[in-house]
Design a protein around this ligand. Sequence first.
Ligand code: FES
Length: 103
Amino acid sequence: MKLFYEKHIFFCTNLRKDKEKISCGKHKSQELRNYMKKRVKELAIKKVRVNSSGCLNRCKLGPIVVSYPEGKWYKISSKEDVDLFIDELLIKRKTFKKNLIEN
Ligand code: FES
């Protein structure tokens, strides 16, 4: 079966306004997601989609990214993390072990 996307990345950009509540949006996840999307486009990586998502319910470990179809979870907290993620997972198609979160 031919897949429309070979990798579908969901980047939590949920921002809770309540000061007491943790959320990925308080750790620049929107900026990081936009950077990832921009770099994927600039590098002309085909069959990859980078979407913003709401809360993925792993807030304390964030900023959270989940990749399908493999269903692996990652903490991506800097542009350097984004660059390594793109290189390892989206270009070389390996598991990005450095920031992998156990299921
Ligand atoms: S706010 Fe990102 S996982 Fe909950």
